[in-house]
Ligand binder design. Structure first.
Ligand SMILES: [Zn+2]
Length: 143
């Protein structure tokens, strides 16, 4: 009992939270996806050309993470420094559109948008296998 007679929360007996908490599988896929995006770019910001030594790199989404159907598509991502990601691209939709058009072309942009809005839940196990394969390929190529 505490001074005020209130029950202390026992350690390890945390209230199970729902909503807004990422499942371990989603966390794993996000981490893998981000690693591939950054590795593919050689850890260089694909917008301003800065390297990770001077700025922290992030994997930015074209169609946002809220869309699970495109969340782990590799065409849907770019390696950006925090400044280009947060300051520029996330606050300027035209810049974002132009940037990704140059990278993947407007047809693929349309395609990603269509897939995103379908809002289906991808087979996470399948995505995991594909991403792991892609990462292995990239690691072999850079070693
Ligand atoms: Zn940058």
């Amino acid at each position: 009992m505490t001074k005020l007679g209130m029950k202390r929360t026992e350690p390890g007996k945390n209230i199970k939270r729902t909503g807004g908490v990422k499942s371990p599988k989603i966390k794993q896929l996000d981490a893998l996806w981000a690693r591939i995006i950054k590795l593919r770019a050689g850890n260089i910001c694909e917008m301003c050309g800065q390297t990770s030594k001077s700025r922290g790199m992030q994997a930015a989404h074209y169609m946002g993470r809220v869309f699970h159907s495109t969340r782990w598509e590799l065409d849907n991502g770019a390696c950006l420094c925090t400044s280009c990601h947060i300051v520029d691209i996330d606050n300027d939709s035209k810049l974002k559109e132009d940037f990704f058009r140059k990278r993947i072309g407007s047809d693929r942009q349309d395609e990603l948008r269509t897939i995103a809005y379908k809002r289906f839940k991808p087979d996470k196990e399948k995505v995991l296998v594909q991403l792991k394969e892609k990462l292995r390929g990239l690691e072999n190529a850079t070693n």
